[in-house]
Design a protein around this ligand. Sequence first.
Ligand code: 16G
Length: 245
Amino acid sequence: LRPEAWLSRSAGPRYVQLRRRLEAGIEEGILAPNSSLPPERELAEITDLSRVTVRKAIQELVREGAVEQRQGSGTFVREPIPRVEQSLSHLTSFTEDMQRRGLQTTSKWLERGIFMPSPDEVVALGLAAGDQVSRIYRLREAGGQPMALERAALPLDILSNPTAVTTSLYELLEQSGVRPVRAVQKISAINLEAEDAELLNVAEGTAGLRIQRTSYLQSGRVAELTRSIYRGDAYDFVAELRLSH
Ligand code: 16G
């Protein structure tokens, strides 16, 4: 970390340079998972930077989830979570995707029941006046790590009993003969709000992906409107593209 080896006048603010330097150390494994960073004062001495600069660099590392501050014991390098490559060309369920990777899935239920629909659910699901919806809202985990928050809304005749969903929604729909066969998915970038970040075990403001999936039955009817928030540090979405004429 000797400053003459890496600090340059022309490479941007000093806290950014220090942050990059620490990130590189984490990537190269010099700073191993669960090892602690030197205290702020010590880091300032080694790097010849001010404590304010050091603090700013560390705050950024906390924000991006590379390190975490543990009450009273310092700043530690976090265990990196394996990134998942998710194909955008197949209509699969979370459970199927994770099983294929040999990961055990679990759900924390945040809400499950029958409700009056919101106006956008009425429109998306093509509901009639007075129709209710089944809603399931859960935190989805794979290999013990929180991966995504998912809020699904389905018409009652497609899912009449939301509490019957215990593991896989798609498996239950398949058993009832209403498995979606087509879906439209929209992905947008967000910064996670405090409550969602806490559930996903990342710092507030961390990058996330908002995904909206509208899925359809063979008949063309909408079966599901699901709004999800995926961890930006856990997912790469991959689509195959072909030249069209
Ligand atoms: C995926 C779908 C979600 C669907 C769920 C069913 C995305 C972005 N979303 O997470 O729309 O409801 O799978 O999963 O891929 P399950 O069958 O494991 O409950």
